[in-house]
Design a protein around this ligand. Structure first.
Ligand code: PEP
Length: 247
């Protein structure tokens, strides 16, 4: 036993409406896994709606936020606003933010810093693209992404790292348990070498990329895999099976 609590996040992305969220919430309100942290991230428009309807066993996260508390930043949401509506978690640097919206390592680092300083817990995402894996530079890419995160974190107890190989996100192509465990182990060693032994041992590193009810149990066996960040399958009833993957 690692002592790290199993963690399962659901990223709804830009999906759902009140009616479909009601179905998801009804399903999630049956969750009975007190030993697992469960966090779901609906679209920002529905954060308040979901927060008010969901069981206290499931926490709510934003999918993104900005690096300032307020001001002339049209279309953005601040950590202070998230806290105000009872949202205490945020996903930052998701691959779609990095690669569709061109967010840089610098910006993601600044967002991590501001979110943590504002009292949120953060799920920073890292991961290599297919060409980077094929070129053998996976470690180099994820370690560089980690450097920008590390430079902006003081309290690691509020950080859950999500390793999400870009080639596995939304593609139905999951990393094998061996491939995922290999990168997680290297990330844990990187934390030991670059932050501290304590942080390396206590920080949760979760895997994301086409996780579903069929593959989650094998993936959860990896000793450095502390849970999942789930996209597509988090919108389906099978999300409950993923929450119990380590049972
Ligand atoms: C994600 O959005 O973080 C993700 C891993 O998506 P999917 O599970 O659909 O691959």
């Amino acid at each position: 036993m690692s002592g790290r609590r199993f963690f399962v996040g659901g990223n709804f992305k830009m999906n759902g409406n009140k009616s479909s969220l009601d179905d998801i919430i009804t399903n999630l309100n049956t969750v009975n896994s007190p030993e697992t942290d469960v966090v779901v991230a609906p679209s920002p428009l529905y954060l308040d709606y979901v927060t008010n309807k969901i069981t206290s066993q499931v926490k709510v996260a934003a999918q993104n936020c900005y690096k300032a508390a307020k001001g002339a930043y049209t279309g953005e949401v601040s950590p202070a606003m998230l806290s105000d509506v009872g949202v205490n978690w945020v996903i930052l640097g998701h691959s779609e933010r990095r690669h569709v919206f061109n967010e840089s390592n610098e910006l993601i680092g600044q967002k991590v810093k501001h979110a943590l300083e504002s009292g949120l817990s953060v799920i920073p995402c890292i991961g290599e693209k297919l060409d980077e894996r094929e070129a053998g530079v996976t470690e180099q890419v994820v370690f560089e992404q980690m450097t920008f995160i590390k430079d902006n974190v003081e309290d690691w107890s509020k950080v859950v790292i999500a390793y999400e190989p870009v080639w596995a996100i939304g593609t139905g192509k999951t990393a094998t348990p061996g491939q995922a465990q290999e990168v997680h182990e290297k990330l844990r060693k990187w934390l030991a070498d670059n932050v501290s032994d304590d942080v390396s041992k206590s920080t949760r590193i979760i895997y994301g990329g086409s996780v579903n009810a069929g593959n989650c149990k094998e993936l959860a066996k990896g000793k450095d895999i502390d849970g999942f960040l789930v996209g597509g399958a988090s919108l389906k009833p099978e999300f409950l099976d993923i929450i119990k993957a380590n049972a």
